[in-house]
Design a protein around this ligand. Structure first.
Ligand code: V55
Ligand code: FE
Length: 485
């Protein structure tokens, strides 16, 4: 019998779901664009068994993958766990064996040395495979349609680093998947790798470099010529793990760095730029104009992760944790190590930025974000990993400067959105924004579809689920041309 903790992390909005199943031809309101054929995969951390520790946190849940498959105006739904090595060992034992988030010292001795990954952070199709990703482990490959797990890969022995990030980018020019790893020589090490995989999934390069200090390197930016790494002081140490503290804590005494690595050069040529401390996590996009590198990212004054508290015990500050989309610019040709510019792009409190991914690495003219509109009422229960009420979606038009938001109502939280082009050759931003929305009062979720440039008009279609999905992290669209036949 499974008894989950009666803590906020496992009740209310965060009650475990653990549901695997299929729904053929979802109930639709409105009209699903009939020309769309493809898949929208997302991942939701959801502990398969009660955790070893009641204080277990959201980022430690097992990856439960949802799939919306579009086929000519109809949408089929499927949900399956990523069968990581951890998931299989625990399924066999019928209980949790792995302990706290990124702390192997808390594991049952019978799993010593096993890969601890949960594949719970992002899912993306490349080379006909679904990559299910957790940044502390190698990439787990799955079948994009059946959601059967194939297993971890080191790309035929070519990947020497131990980890593969959860935020790879597809370079639309070369078709390569650009990725990185950190803690690449083992837990808590400063060693990192930059990797590119060909459109067929061959590992073309693995360039090693060292971070200025060990920290959570959750995302990065890729431009035509550079890979760009933001170093934010969410730090960890063996002392913390031995003391039973959360793996990460926020250290305001350390600077932020932006590392710029030439994609086709030597790690020796990498430049590090420095800024006073702040918090930043998910990159909207990056691009370079000659030696000038632009990096768009929501930035907060201070820690946004209450579950990774300040290392000196300073209380969490929800006002300083508010993030605003910002453009950082550095010049690789400049002799100094300071940022050339840091410019706030909107006054909307937002995170989970997206673009039309066909413009990744290039100057983008459209961006979308999840927004927390604190002016609006909220009627739902408590229990959110971040404490954030992401109740709105926003479109930022970089050309006209116009910003449009859409509020989901007082009972609904919106999950990260994704842009889907109207047709493969449509202009930038001409298409749909799709997002899972969870009504936390009625406990139903739906997939919302909007005209991406007209969010204010509200959804043009809704695919309705007979249950509420778990809160999730990230996901991606794959056109049918990128899926196995
Ligand atoms: C994040 C999520 C993770 C993780 C590290 O910022 C960072 C998001 C779902 O797991 O392990
Ligand atoms: Fe992320």
């Amino acid at each position: 019998m499974s008894h989950y903790p009666k803590t906020p992390g496992f009740s209310g909005t965060l009650r475990p779901l653990r549901f695997e199943g299929d729904i053929h031809d979802l109930e639709i309101e409105g009209e699903v664009p009939p020309q769309l054929f493809g898949t929208f995969h997302r991942v939701h951390p959801d502990a398969q068994f009660p955790p070893l520790f009641e204080s277990d946190q959201f980022f430690n849940g097992d990856g439960l993958i949802s799939l919306f498959r579009f086929r000519g105006g109809k949408i089929d739904f499927r949900q399956r766990y990523a069968q990581t090595d951890k998931w299989k060992l625990e399924r066999r034992a019928e209980r949790a064996l792995f302990g706290a988030y990124r702390n192997p010292l808390t594991d049952d001795p019978c799993v010593a040395g096993k890969i601890r990954g949960t594949a719970n952070t992002n899912v993306i199709v490349h080379a006909g495979q679904l990559f299910a990703l957790k940044e502390d482990s190698p990439a787990l490959l799955m079948d994009p349609l059946s959601l059967e797990t194939k297993g971890y890969t080191d790309f035929g022995g070519k990947m020497r680093g131990q980890t593969f990030c959860a935020h790879p980018k597809i370079d639309p020019v070369s078709g390569n998947m650009c990725a990185f790893g950190y803690a690449s020589k083992g837990l808590l090490t400063r060693d990192c790798t930059y990797m590119e995989l060909s459109p067929h999934g061959d590992l073309l390069q693995e360039t090693w470099f060292e971070a200025p200090y060990y920290c959570m390197m959750h995302d990065f930016g890729v431009t035509e010529d550079y890979a760009v790494f933001h170093i934010v002081p969410i730090v960890g140490s063996w002392d913390r793990l031995k003391a039973g503290l959360p793996h990460f804590g926020f250290d305001t005494s350390l600077p932020v760095y932006l590392g710029v690595l030439p994609r086709r050069g030597e790690a020796r040529a990498m430049r590090w730029f420095k800024s006073p401390t702040l918090f930043a996590s998910h990159v909207m996009n990056a691009f370079n104009d000659g030696t000038k590198v632009h990096f768009d990212i929501p930035v907060a004054k201070n820690n946004m992760f209450p579950f990774f508290p300040d290392v000196r015990g300073t209380p969490f500050n929800p006002v300083e944790a508010m993030s605003f989309l910002t453009r950082w610019t550095v010049d690789v040709a400049s002799p100094g190590d300071s940022f050339e510019k840091s410019e706030r792009l909107t006054d909307l409190f937002g995170e989970f930025p997206r673009i039309d991914d066909r413009y990744a690495t290039q100057a983008h003219h459209h961006g979308w974000l999840l927004v927390s509109d604190l002016q609006k009422p909220f009627e739902g229960p408590g229990g959110r990993a971040s404490g954030l009420v992401m109740n709105s979606l926003a479109h930022v038009d970089y050309v006209s400067g116009k910003q449009t938001t859409w509020w989901a109502g007082p009972q609904t939280l919106v999950q990260e959105s994704c842009f889907v082009p109207r047709t493969p050759n449509a202009a930038e931003g001409d298409g749909y924004l799709i997002a899972v929305a969870d009504n936390v009062v009625t406990n139903y979720s739906e997939l919302l579809m909007f005209d991406a440039r007209r969010l204010g008009e509200g959804p043009c279609a809704r695919a309705k689920l007979p249950l509420r999905l778990r809160p999730g992290l990230h996901g991606n669209w794959a056109d049918a041309s990128r899926l196995p036949a």
